[in-house]
Design a protein around this ligand. Structure first.
Ligand SMILES: C[S@@+](CC[C@H](N)C(=O)[O-])C[C@H]1O[C@@H](n2cnc3c(N)ncnc32)[C@H](O)[C@@H]1O
Length: 286
């Protein structure tokens, strides 16, 4: 795929993430998939082992969070990192959605001084913009994470930049993303995006980086997507297609094609319809 086409597709997906509509549909997706609780549990399980090789030489564990959302998962991850490293936490937040960023700011207000966490939250910004401003001589990070956010950028550019410019000597990149599932199939159909697991492991292998990968399979309840009158179903469809008001804005053929994909990939259980979700957890060690 040529670079320009790839960028146009990434921009189309990225545009969807800007507004409040996005956060509404993401919330429905989280309810129907329980992705957040799985993410929290899995990272609590994998992070302590992955952090064994990270030697922090300063008094703080420095974290770069890319596509941080509203901070709900970030705070869980930071608490695990604090427990594991026994250091205070410094976290820089890179998030382009203003609504999510404001929620992030509100959620950290409830932290107590004992939590010992400080944050660097700038104005809403994409990681692409951050990369152009990032200074070569700034302090580096012990952990850089992309939790379901790497879809909106060029994998190779983002990972290489982080490994070479942002990560300290023995740092860790954590990358969690969906592949081989309904999320990917819908994006593939609409945007022609290539499988993230293949391209990410290709980048990692080409670069000769040390890494470890885990896979988590679970179910997403898509029952309401089939009901065109359901507000919840339509919001979930928006999230799966990364398009606001997909049912109203897409042409009939495309809507049918997406619903067919969902139908083909789903199974019935207890009168409900479920699609398989697959998340990959890739840990890259410097
Ligand atoms: C699926 S959400 C994940 C949020 C959070 N990490 C979590 O696990 O709940 C993806 C996030 O990536 C952000 N995002 C979209 N495009 C981005 C970009 N170009 N640079 C950085 N973040 C981006 C979105 O605004 C959104 O908050």
């Amino acid at each position: 795929m040529d670079v320009l086409t790839e960028k146009i597709k990434l921009n189309a997906m990225g545009k969807y993430c800007k507004g409040e509509e996005y956060t509404k549909s993401y919330k429905v997706f989280l309810e129907k998939s329980q992705q957040h609780s799985r993410l929290g549990k899995n990272l609590r399980c994998y992070l302590p082992v992955a952090m064994e090789g990270v030697h922090i030489t300063t008094d703080a564990c420095r974290v770069l969070s890319i596509g941080s959302g509203d901070g709900e998962v970030d705070l869980k991850v930071l608490k695990v990192l604090k427990e594991v490293t026994k250091k205070r936490i410094f976290c820089r937040v890179i998030e382009p959605n203003e609504y999510s960023l404001n929620k992030y700011k509100t959620s950290i207000e409830s932290l107590s001084p004992n939590d010992d966490m400080t944050f660097d939250i700038n104005k809403p910004k994409t990681f692409q913009k951050y990369m152009t401003e990032s200074l070569a001589d700034q302090d580096q990070f012990d952990v850089v994470h992309f939790l379901h956010s790497i879809y909106y950028m060029d994998f190779e550019e983002a990972l290489t930049h982080c490994y070479e410019k942002e990560l300290g000597e023995s740092g860790l990149i954590v990358c969690v993303f969906a592949a081989d599932d309904i999320m990917f199939e819908a994006k593939q159909k609409l945007f022609g995006i290539c499988q993230p697991n293949q391209s990410i492991s290709q980048v990692v292998k080409q670069q000769g980086w040390k890494y470890q990968e885990y896979k988590d399979e679970y179910m997403l309840d898509v029952t309401e997507v089939m009901n065109d009158q359901s507000e919840t179903g339509n919001l979930l469809l928006d999230f799966l297609t990364q398009t606001t008001n997909f049912r109203r804005s897409a042409d009939h053929q495309m809507t049918k094609a997406i619903l067919d994909v969902i139908d083909d990939l789903s199974i019935q259980k207890d009168g409900k319809l479920f699609c398989k979700k697959v998340d990959y957890y890739t840990f890259i060690f410097k």
